[in-house]
Design a protein around this ligand. Structure first.
Ligand code: DX5
Ligand code: ZN
Length: 219
């Protein structure tokens, strides 16, 4: 199994103190940044300016999750802002091969995200172009939703596809991840755990929230 990584999602951070919030999770493996356009998903969140602001306060890799239509038009901007990984949605990318190539040509790791109702079979022919498969474990668009247990069998199928390919592809889960649900997803084959509310909304603060999630994954 590839190494387990935790990616705090700044969507749930206190934006009036974004720098402090990011510094509080310096023991994480990467920082997850959710970009929403009000078209692919109903919500609008942040763009490249926030990515470059976060870049200035952390050395952790920035993992940008584009929940936007026509993602190919914005890849240069996010790569330029400091993204180390860019994940686009299969459902929003008519020419996924082309988009993944464009990301990799910029020296950025390429990911594809799939919504809970999307079959992983759509990715079978492009594993050679992928560094990350992000399995949405809630409907994309908002933080704080409950983990959808019915996605566990899909996580298993994605891990089987990845293992059979002999490629080092991260299997990431995003949505409703906390100390209870992360071990289920780990057991199913995920190795990257994106978590917003359970870290930035933790009662004891984000540093402790991160620690609790990491400990749950070590058991
Ligand atoms: C949802 C986003 C998630 C979100 C997760 O569309 O992709 O990254 O921040 O939030 P929680 O962990 O609160 O479910
Ligand atoms: Zn996300």
């Amino acid at each position: 199994m590839p190494p387990v990584k935790v990616a705090p999602s700044v969507l749930a951070a206190d934006f009036t103190h974004l720098g402090d919030e990011v510094r509080a999770v310096s023991e994480a493996d990467q920082i997850h940044i959710d970009v929403m356009d009000g078209r692919f998903v109903p919500n609008i969140s942040m763009g490249p300016m926030i990515v470059s602001a976060i870049k200035r306060v952390t050395d952790l890799p920035l993992d940008v999750h584009l929940m936007i239509v026509e993602p190919e038009d914005h890849i240069d901007a996010f790569a330029g802002a400091g993204a180390e990984m860019i994940t686009v949605h299969q459902e929003a990318s008519p020419d996924l091969h082309h988009t993944l190539k464009a990301i990799r040509d910029l020296g950025v790791k390429a990911g594809v995200a799939i919504k809970p109702e999307t079959s992983p079979l759509v990715l079978a022919d492009m594993l050679h172009m992928l560094d990350i498969i992000l399995v949405m474990t809630v409907d994309p668009g908002f933080g704080g939703q409950p983990f959808m247990k019915e996605t566990l069998s899909k996580i298993q199928r994605v891990r089987q596809m990845v293992s059979a390919s002999n490629r080092e592809i991260d299997v990431s889960v995003d949505g409703g991840i906390d100390a209870e649900t992360a071990p289920w997803a780990l057991e199913a084959g995920a190795n990257v755990f994106v978590a917003g509310s359970s870290i930035f909304g933790a009662e004891g603060g984000p540093t402790q929230g991160l620690q609790v999630l990491k400990s749950a994954l070590e058991k």
